[in-house]
Design a protein. Structure first.
Length: 713
């Protein structure tokens, strides 16, 4: 495969995001700047099939061939879905002698507070105890050897796993973050005695202290590695020659050859690309800090962009498994277009998290689905047209109607009230996810515009504005393909970390300089291997600090330059400022609460050429087209009218026919190839200079003109 730096040359770059229902594709003609978008149905049985169908489709639209491709970037949910579905397989764990019950002890972490502790038990171990083996040898927290590595015991362990035909193994020895020697020797033994084994070492996956989190993160990496290796190999073989990258959870991409060695870094691949694409759209539109909402067929992903960059975390989880890898801070809720409406044993209406997916899909897909979904409710209420993808997929509106009516009968509701109830529950599910990513992080949701994208993302934005008090919503062009577009905006990025615990007053600048120099060396080697010239390398430092006695840290950026007293003071100042921003207080210049350094980090970044968003010209002359009309139901929340009085003839606009400065006042519907925006009564959508739809509440002026205005607190 050619160097990833080839992305910066001419030809066609393709971004492909595989979702639960559709595979989204965006192609950029680097030389001409032309961007083409399309979608194709996902193929859950073999995601690679839908991937290649998308490649062929977009090449056809461009009149190009495979030889014109210079790079393909991919956002995938393969690893995520495996973990969410708890498909772990026969996984083995090798750890330090005397620590075989590390996974059993785990953490005392009670979800939803201690009020529910009487009803909570720890989740099942990722590896049962009978598949855990230990090896003698011991290091202390500095990496010094207390007892030598037991080579004979290691050989016996390797042979036991070989004889049991357990071929996927995670290795985590005590304090290997400080000294990887024992783990590396264990890998040598496994390669010699059990060559069929797929191995993950904690010193390569996560070089941080906290043995439980490091062990589980390593085991998760091992669990998804065989699946990802097969999947990436199938796609690379079908693609042929073009460079192939995979999106990582940290907001960067990595070549396929490298990512198979660290597959856990892809677990939030698709949502991360969407957040980055939304950040670019918002920044171009003059909004540096926004909430992002990515609504798909199976779920909705929300994130926060502050000062132009999505926020990061190392305290994430996938399903029931904690994963301390750097990832964009994303909250996911099972509230997508395919989320199924159902009734509880008590007879109340529920929506999600179970989804109809792509196959069989909602009732209106006509593929044998038997459950009412959110999409069926939109179709019944007239808010979605009777087709998808510009007419490529016809929808069975009568099937949706029959399903809604049957569900309404069981609930003793009118069909309109049942359908609007489904959408109301879905909107509140999304609103609660947004509160988790804002209010629980100390942010006031009313301070931030929202970027809504994904196939189902724009459908509920007016209701979310009412529920949350959002000032405005930005719906970018081709919102259904924004995650795929985001893949074309992403740099190559690798993260490196080393635990270094020391009180600030006792910090050894020479030791810090040595650790950072080693991390920067690793980052430089990786960027060289990816084909980036040394002149374009970016090495970004950061550090995790806390007050002595605290259990968790705050990450802050660290300046470039020499590691001296000024460096130390600047990092501590940034920590104090960030601690105060997050928690409302800090102990600045208080010797009773000394600062402690915990982890040092370096990110190696290889920049790529991004697509440029250009301003639209002001229109000349009168509009040449007029909107169509369709009966659409909009409930009247203020008067709580729940009969059929909400049906009315609404204007239906095709987005590609709208021009800069156009204003569409609700009630109306704006349709396009990959998504639909219902504009509720009391709202309006305006086309801005970059083709984004800006949704806001509106008021009528004294001269009868309608003026959109951002909401006020």
């Amino acid at each position: 495969m050619e160097s990833p730096a080839r992305q910066n040359r001419g030809g066609i770059r393709i971004g492909i995001d595989t979702g639960g229902t559709f595979t989204d594709v965006v192609a950029l003609d680097v030389a001409g700047g032309r961007v083409v978008t399309t979608k194709t149905p996902s193929t859950p049985a073999d995601p690679a099939e839908g991937f290649m169908a998308g490649v062929h489709k977009v090449l056809g639209l461009l009149g190009a061939t495979g030889s014109d491709i210079t790079a393909v970037s991919h956002g995938t949910t393969v690893a995520t879905n495996q973990l969410l579905e708890d498909r772990i397989g026969d996984l083995g764990f090798i750890t330090t002698e005397g620590f075989e019950f590390l996974l059993e002890i785990a953490r005392q972490s009670v979800p939803d507070g201690y009020g529910n502790s009487y009803f909570w038990v720890k989740p099942p171990r990722i590896v049962p105890v009978h598949r855990v083996r230990t090896v003698g040898g011991r290091l202390d927290h500095t990496g010094a050897e207390l007892r030598p590595f037991d080579e004979t015991g290691a050989v016996a362990v390797a042979r036991w796993f070989r004889d049991q035909r357990i071929d996927t193994l995670g290795v985590c020895f005590l304090h290997s973050y400080a000294n990887p020697e024992h783990e590396l020797r264990m890998r040598d033994v496994l390669r010699r005695e059990h060559p069929a084994a797929v191995i993950s070492l904690s010193c390569e996956v996560l070089r941080e202290y906290r043995e439980y989190e490091r062990s589980v993160t390593t085991l998760v990496d091992a669990a998804v590695k065989p699946t990802m290796m097969r999947y990436i190999a199938r796609i690379a073989e079908r693609l042929g020659g073009p460079p192939f990258y995979v999106m990582k959870s940290n907001g960067g991409v990595l070549s396929a050859e490298e990512v198979v060695h660290q597959p856990i870094t892809t677990v939030l691949s698709g949502p991360a690309a969407g957040a980055l694409g939304a950040a670019l759209v918002a920044r171009t539109a003059g909004r540096d800090s926004v909430i992002t909402l990515d609504g798909g067929g199976t779920s909705t992903d929300v994130a926060v962009v502050l000062d132009g960059e999505p926020t990061l975390t190392t305290e994430g989880s996938i399903g029931r498994f904690p994963s301390k890898i750097p990832m964009i801070d994303i909250v996911t809720v099972g509230a997508g277009g395919g989320s199924i409406a159902w009734t509880s044993p008590e007879g109340t209406l529920k929506v999600g998290p179970r989804s109809a997916g792509a196959d069989p899909g909602p009732l209106c897909y006509g593929r044998g689905g038997g459950d009412v979904t959110v999409t069926d409710a939109h179709v019944f209420l007239g808010r979605v047209p009777p087709h998808l993808l510009g007419g490529e997929i016809s929808l069975d509106a009568e099937a949706a109607r029959a399903g809604i009516e049957a569900l309404a009968a069981t609930l003793d509701l009118t069909p309109e009230r049942a359908a609007t109830g489904i959408l109301e529950i879905s909107a509140w599910n999304q609103a609660n996810a947004i509160r988790q990513i804002t209010v629980k992080r100390g942010l006031d949701v009313r301070d931030y515009p929202m970027v809504a994208f994904g196939g189902s993302g724009p459908l509920l934005v007016c209701r979310l504005m009412d529920i949350l008090g959002l000032p405005t919503v930005i719906v970018p062009e081709n919102p259904g393909n924004l995650s795929a577009f985001g893949l074309l905006t992403v740099d190559v990025k690798n993260d490196y970390v080393q635990t270094y615990v020391a009180r600030d007053t006792e910090l050894d600048p020479a030791a810090v300089a040595g650790v950072l120099a080693d991390l920067e060396r690793q980052a430089t080697v990786a960027l060289d291997r990816e084909g980036f010239d040394a002149t374009v390398h970016r090495l970004v430092r950061s550090a995790d600090l806390r007050y002595y006695g605290q259990a968790f840290e705050v990450r802050v950026s660290a300046p470039e330059g020499p590691i001296d007293a000024d460096f130390r003071a600047e990092v501590v100042r940034r920590f104090q400022d960030e601690h105060e921003r997050l928690y409302g207080y800090c102990y600045r210049d208080d010797p009773r609460h000394p600062v402690e350094w915990v982890n040092l980090r370096v990110s190696g970044i290889g920049p790529i050429k991004r697509p440029e968003l250009t301003e639209l010209p002001w229109p000349v002359g009168a509009a040449s087209t007029r909107p169509a009309f369709r009966r659409v139901f909009f409930e009247d929340e203020l008067s709580e009218v729940w009969d059929d009085s909400g049906w009315q003839e609404c204007s239906v606009h095709q987005r590609e026919e709208l021009r800069r400065g156009d204003l569409v006042a609700g009630p109306a519907v704006i349709e396009e190839f990959g998504s639909t925006l219902p504009v509720h009564p009391g709202f309006a959508a305006t086309v801005d200079a970059y083709g984004n739809l800006i949704v806001a509440r509106f008021s009528a002026g004294t001269n009868g003109e309608i003026t959109a205005e951002e909401g006020q607190r």
